[in-house]
Design a protein around this ligand. Structure first.
Ligand code: SAM
Ligand code: PRE
Length: 235
């Protein structure tokens, strides 16, 4: 279904509710530049590290599209676990897993409360940005501590620049991208307001510092388009 959520006047904060879930795949494809390519890279790099029976967690799995694709492309059997606290997202995820015949354990839990036992790889694309900064640092520490010694964490985030002028140019470029995707100025400004204080982006350096402070030995950017970046961290 086509995302028309912000065509009408909306006063509430952004939520992953039934309305958003019903258009979510279209929303992501039209709101995150190179979303498909970023997902392919996530899977390509994940496959570099995965062996038979490894456990993979996707934190904020939404409709499970990344884990389904990983399951389809893997030559080995994996233990795939998707975690999200939106029932609307998970009910779609469950239907898609059945339709594609991919076995994924879907858990309706808060990322801050759940455990990530036996993790070889953790993925979290465009989700950490929705976790409050203090909780975010704790979550990253938990991910680090749960990963096996040679574990990998791949995550993507909307990012900001610490240079004010460049930051404004990045935001303008992003809004031009959204206009080219068919969103009106009204839809763009309504969504911006709804996301205020809900989506809290860091700079690239802040993301890397958070990762290294949690104990990871290495972190770098795998892919970046203006204000959207994908990182890989090695335990
Ligand atoms: C932008 S979406 C993630 C997109 C998805 N990773 C993908 O690439 O298709 C963020 C997801 O995180 C989930 N989420 C946000 N905060 C959460 C929390 N505290 N616990 C569990 N899930 C959360 C939302 O319900 C939503 O489905
Ligand atoms: O539309 C925006 O402004 C975005 O920031 C895109 C974004 C994201 O980065 O997560 C915001 C909310 C939805 O989850 C989908 C995409």
């Amino acid at each position: 279904m086509v995302d028309k959520i912000f065509e009408k006047s909306i006063k509430k904060q952004f939520e992953f509710d039934e309305d958003v879930a019903s258009v979510f795949d279209d929303m992501l494809n039209r709101s995150i530049p190179f979303y498909k390519q970023m997902q392919e890279l996530t899977i390509d790099f994940a496959l570099n590290y995965l062996k038979e029976a490894d456990t993979v967690y996707d934190l904020g799995c939404s409709t499970a599209s990344t884990l389904i694709e990983l399951g389809k492309q893997s030559n080995v059997d994996l233990n795939l676990v998707g975690i999200d606290n939106s029932s609307a997202m998970l009910s779609r995820a469950s239907k898609k897993c059945k339709a594609f015949g991919i076995d994924i354990k879907l858990k309706n839990e808060d990322l801050l409360d759940t455990s990530y036992d036996d993790a070889k790889l953790v993925i979290s694309n465009y989700t950490l940005q929705f976790i409050r900064p203090l909780q975010r640092e704790k979550l990253i520490k938990k991910i680090h501590d749960s990963l096996k010694d040679d574990g990998i964490f791949i995550f993507s985030e909307k990012v900001i620049s610490s240079n004010k002028v460049l930051n404004k140019q990045c935001i303008d470029t992003y809004y031009d991208f959204k206009k080219k995707q068919g969103y009106s100025e009204f839809e763009i400004s309504q969504k911006r307001e709804a996301l205020e204080n809900v989506l809290i982006p860091y700079t690239d350096d802040e993301n890397k510092k958070m990762i290294l402070d949690a104990g990871f030995s290495h972190c770098e950017v795998l892919f970046k388009w203006v204000n959207f970046a994908t990182f890989i961290a090695i335990k």
